[in-house]
Design a protein around this ligand. Structure first.
Ligand code: FBP
Length: 336
């Protein structure tokens, strides 16, 4: 079998200087990896077991939920029931977080909260497009109550973050403050195997990803950014557009090939600009991965990892990817 790259479990246990102690990191990311394996298996067969389509329910955001939104949320709920020291689960699909009282050690040692988007890009379920599960891990404050104030702090307080990507291959990408590592699921071994360690995002890239159909809803700065990216004045303004309807997959392309994904705020009837993507379990975790890989993540005005939330389901405009393009986006945003 030749020299075998390390599997996720061994790699996590060997980690040094991470923001989470290696044993806790291995336990919690190990559980997320198990969720990833189960979800990948279900996505592969959902069409032949009636798993596609809408469930008839709506989530806290008023969005119609797909059956797989509910199913994947249940997977995370079940898997963290007996995962001491995780005492809270916050999910895009749940208005109220789940608190696992018995896993709560607010008096003696660390407890964690896991914040997830169980199935990012779920508009792709019925068209067999790429999707992902995004996760953020935060340490709960000592003596925290069931209130969530201690989880609304800036994304720079995350102790680990990442995602599982469900594409032709299933991959798990994570950081715990010492660089970004990437694993590919090997169906023969039923294990996530290390593919790339300490991954660096190209400082600039050839792609931009946005729902350009919303252009007229955006602030002038974002509109001018698209005009610039498509102006083809010279090789630095000759970008190709890629947009697959799943933040996690469009971000993954930026991580590997460089470029930028953005979902600007949309100007509402009240004249106010409001983002679509959720700060705590979409923007902040991918923001941590981007920065740890040498990229950047901004809300157009500043680091997304410095934004403090008012509510666990807050939304935020996001510009994320290679440092060059995100800086460019901020310049245009500053103009208007
Ligand atoms: P969810 O699928 O988790 O709700 O995430 C939001 C999302 O689907 C992103 O993954 C994607 O980039 C974006 O919204 C697509 O939005 P739109 O359909 O407006 O382009």
């Amino acid at each position: 079998m030749g020299n075998q790259a390390p599997i996720l479990y061994d790699h996590l246990h060997s980690r040094k200087k991470t923001l989470m102690p290696a044993a806790d990191l291995a336990l919690v990311i190990g559980r997320i990896a198990l969720a990833g394996k189960l979800i990948a298996g279900e996505l592969a067969r959902a069409s032949i077991v009636g798993g596609l389509g809408f469930s008839g329910n709506s989530n806290v955001h008023g969005e119609e939920q797909k059956k797989l939104d509910d199913w994947t949320n249940e997977v995370f709920l079940k898997l963290f029931e007996n995962c001491d020291p995780v005492c809270s689960l916050i999910s895009e699909e749940m208005e109220i977080p789940k608190h696992y009282e018995r896993n709560c050690h607010s008096r003696d040692h660390a407890s964690y909260a896991v914040l997830v988007d169980p199935l990012d890009g779920s508009s792709n379920t019925d068209t067999n497009g790429s999707m992902g599960s995004i996760f953020s891990i935060r340490k709960r404050a000592p003596r925290h109550s069931s209130e969530l104030k201690d989880l609304l702090g800036p994304g720079s307080q995350q102790v680990a973050a990442g995602y599982v990507l469900y594409g032709p291959a299933t991959q798990l990408i994570y950081t715990s403050g010492t660089g970004v590592d990437m694993f590919t699921f090997d169906p023969l071994m039923a294990e996530f195997v290390l593919w790339k360690e300490n991954l660096k995002m190209p400082p600039r890239g050839p792609y931009y990803s946005c729902n350009q159909g919303n252009l007229t809803k955006w602030n002038p700065g974002a509109q001018n950014l698209v005009r610039h990216l498509t102006s083809r004045k010279n090789k630095n303004t000759s970008y190709s557009m890629r947009y697959c309807g799943a933040f996690v997959a469009d971000f993954h392309r930026c991580l590997i090939d460089g470029g930028i994904y953005f979902y600007p705020g949309e100007i509402g009837a009240d004249g106010k600009s409001k983002g679509k993507l959720r700060l705590l379990y979409e923007c902040a975790p991918l923001g941590m991965v981007a920065e740890q890989a040498g990229g950047r993540a901004s809300n157009g005005k500043g680091r997304i990892l410095e934004v403090v939330a008012k509510d666990i389901h807050d939304r935020e405009p996001v510009y994320i990817g290679s440092a060059t393009e995100v800086a460019m986006a901020e310049e245009f945003r500053a103009e208007g």
